[in-house]
Design a binder for this molecule. Sequence first.
Ligand SMILES: NC(=O)C1=CN([C@@H]2O[C@H](COP(=O)(O)OP(=O)(O)OC[C@H]3O[C@@H](n4cnc5c(N)ncnc54)[C@H](OP(=O)(O)O)[C@@H]3O)[C@@H](O)[C@H]2O)C=CC1
Ligand SMILES: CC(=O)N[C@@H](CCC(=O)OP(=O)(O)O)C(=O)O
Length: 305
Amino acid sequence: MTARVFIDGAHGTTGLEIRERLGERRDIALIVLDEAERRDPAARERALKGADFAILCLPDDAAREAVALTGDAPVRFIDASTAHRTDPAWVYGFPEFAAGQRAAIASARYVSNPGCYSTGFLALVAPLVAAGVLDAATPFTVNAVSGYSGGGKAMIAEFEGGGEDTAFRAYAMGLQHKHVPEMQERAGLSRAPLFAPAVVRTYRGMVVEVPLVDSPPVTVLHEALDSFYRDAALVSVVHGDQADIVRIEENAGSDRMTLRVFGNDDRRQARLVATLDNLGKGASGAAVQSLNIMAGLEETAGLRL
Ligand SMILES: NC(=O)C1=CN([C@@H]2O[C@H](COP(=O)(O)OP(=O)(O)OC[C@H]3O[C@@H](n4cnc5c(N)ncnc54)[C@H](OP(=O)(O)O)[C@@H]3O)[C@@H](O)[C@H]2O)C=CC1
Ligand SMILES: CC(=O)N[C@@H](CCC(=O)OP(=O)(O)O)C(=O)O
């Protein structure tokens, strides 16, 4: 069977990346609105109602509107926005995240794509908390850098159009970033993590780091993550070596994510580090992975391995 897929927001940064991953596939029939119709609610409603799957690559309000436009039509959703990430009616689209998550995605009508930074944080922390290796009451901090495509068309224009010439820009200084609620809730933490993101002058890629004080030994952390992700197609756990240097480019252009544990057992300190692409496992790659699972297709079909 060919799945009919409508990408609402197909001309944006995330939407274009999903089109690239789906465009050549014979098991997918893409529904595309032309330039004149793509923001027209009536045309979007027709496209949504004619689809088996709708992938929403829109600002939060437009994503909520798309769900409302669909009414009772039996379309199944994957939402790349922040709108539904802590909504209990939506399944979190992170198949590697917990036992049973892949099966929940497979049968879901509503799937919410995780935030890009949240993907790195949760991949590192959630299994360790669930296994009791780390305490849910730990006051976690998260330091992260993203390529500027993470801010969509507006930020790309800022960095490429001369409006911003910095190499490194720290932001979210008010500690109210939109990913903090999903980080806390999805990891089951009793305290909100302190999240310190920055954007750098490279198009795509991310490094997400969680430093630990009073840490368990490095081997305990590494072995817990290694065994948790043993069968994951897109997540690799690599033994961090003191000589290693972690670069933002590591997984840029791919849908993979790499996790490492570094540390100094004498000091009981560790650094949990994830590298991923904000447009890969952080957005478009994750959406296509969920689509594959929901449609009963090969989980990594069309992905950049
Ligand atoms: N960029 C990234 O790395 C990530 C993005 N996301 C999320 O994905 C979503 C899309 O982000 P991104 O692709 O970066 O954003 P962009 O701004 O690049 O693209 C958004 C697209 O949505 C279109 N759009 C806006 N409002 C409407 C509307 N009412 N009806 C139809 N189309 C509309 C825009 O049209 P127009 O072209 O006319 O402006 C644009 O093409 C956001 O919710 C974002 O938070 C999630 C993870 C990572
Ligand atoms: C560099 C940059 O600005 N990044 C965006 C996050 C990327 C994104 O769009 O986040 P979602 O995954 O929640 O959609 C931000 O911090 O708001």
